[in-house]
Design a protein around this ligand. Structure first.
Ligand code: URA
Length: 425
């Protein structure tokens, strides 16, 4: 039977189910440029509006994996990876990858850059002088064997259909669709070849999924795709209503991660790092190792230094400092009752920490430091937030984003747990 893009679009537009043959054909033809961008845009919107069955999602994921090559990782240690659906101040990969490697697993963490209000792991690490994101396949393998942890850009050829489709979704308002997000994340992670995967599915104002219910649907979909492909997968649903930690941006998040690796850092960052490490170690068959003890021992910090050095970075070099710092004072005395993650993410982005278009540069030193967070006591006039930027003209836009973003009250409920739910296969 001859397949055409128009028929595939019509099937989904009218609420039908795409056959395996239709999915295989359309994903392959789009990757090769035979299906036009406008046809794929129409299909993505039809999927966004009509959804997909579990079988369609599994097949779509497979077709995206098959659009490129699969990595084969060295087998000297169990390989386990983590993926976050994206949040504000989410620097967890930075302390987590060396921690899990120090506990005995190998962590191949192929990461992305930020777009919009959520930051990108590679942008953060690039604030370390000399650090290089692009590694060849043989460099990834060698570093996994020698250091145990690699955080780098995806190699060319890994799920190229997703690379093209993600860029298209970004400009056609079709990102926030469970079938499209789930197949996008899992195609890259399965192609990467790790045997275990822990997903940090964020729920809240600073996340794609605003409610725990929506996050649960995405988490369950991700876990089922992993299981269907033989990858042991667990998802944690974690809170993203408040920024994670105190630092939001690039260099400031690296500095906060280093303090976690050196035994300090904000309690929520430490708690989430250890919780994700426990799940990763369980999937790697290393549940007898206590990540909290390994973190306290300083071994994870040693792995961090080796991991940064192996990629050309100098872990002891001073991080870039901002040209301009603007202080936002507490409007009243009392207890910080709320601090909205989305608003802080947009402020950091406008200060230069993020980009509006894929090709834009980011400022290494830009970001927001939250000097007080919900539950902290403040005195009127004392610094509440620090806005860091090299372009002072960006400050009014950041302040506008922060309008109504925090409240100070007489009392505030104690902050809730960071891990809200765990979804296992
Ligand atoms: N992250 C991805 O890799 N893909 C999506 O679609 C959304 C978040």
């Amino acid at each position: 039977m001859t397949l055409t893009a128009v028929d595939v679009i019509r099937t989904k537009r009218d609420g039908g189910r795409l056959s395996d043959a239709q999915i295989d054909w359309v994903v392959d033809a789009y990757t090769r440029g035979v299906v036009a961008e406008e046809q794929m845009a129409a299909l993505a919107m039809a999927i966004f509006l009509r959804g997909m069955s579990a079988e369609e999602i599994a097949r779509w994921t497979l077709a995206m994996i098959e659009s490129g090559s699969r990595l084969s990782l060295p087998a000297s240690r169990p390989t386990v990876d983590k993926h976050s659906t994206g949040g504000v101040g989410d620097k967890i990969t930075l302390p987590l990858a060396p921690l899990v490697a120090a506990c005995g697993a190998a962590v191949p963490q192929l990461s992305g850059r930020g777009l919009g209000h959520t930051g990108g792991t590679l942008d953060k690490l690039e604030s370390i002088p000399g650090w290089r994101a692009a590694l060849s396949l043989s460099e990834i393998s060698a570093q996994l064997s020698s250091v145990g942890a690699v955080v780098c850009a995806p190699t060319d050829g890994l799920a190229p259909a997703d690379k093209k489709l993600y860029a298209l979704r970004d400009v056609t308002s079709t990102v926030e669709s469970v079938p499209l997000i789930a197949s996008s994340i899992m195609s890259k992670k399965i192609a990467e070849g790790a045997s275990g995967l822990v997903l940090d599915v964020k729920a809240g104002s600073g996340a794609f999924m605003k409610t725990v219910e929506d996050a649960r649907v995405l988490a369950s979909t991700l876990v089922s795709i992993g299981s269907a492909h033989g990858v042991a997968t667990t998802a944690l649903i974690t809170d993203m209503n408040v920024p994670l930690g105190r630092a939001v941006g690039n260099a400031v998040e690296v500095a906060e991660s280093v303090s976690v690796l050196q035994g300090g850092g904000p309690a929520d960052v430490v708690a989430l790092t250890v919780a994700l490490a426990r799940e990763m170690l369980a999937l790697a068959g290393l549940s007898s190792v206590d990540p909290a003890a390994v973190l306290a021992s300083g071994e994870a910090y040693e792995v961090w230094c080796r991991m940064i050095t192996a990629q050309g970075g100098d872990p002891s070099a001073p991080l870039p400092a901002p040209g301009h710092v603007h202080v936002v004072p507490a409007p009243a005395s009392g207890v910080v009752a709320s601090l909205d993650a989305y608003a802080v993410g947009v402020a950091a982005w406008r200060l230069g920490a993020g980009r509006a278009r894929k090709e834009d540069p980011v400022q290494a030193a830009a970001g927001v430091l939250c000097l007080a967070k919900p539950g902290d006591r403040v005195v009127a006039g004392e610094p509440l937030l620090e806005l860091h930027t090299d372009t002072p003209a960006a400050v009014p836009g950041a302040l506008e984003a922060l309008t109504g973003a925090f409240t100070v009250a007489d009392t505030a409920p104690a902050p809730g747990p960071i891990v809200l739910e765990t979804i296992r296969a």
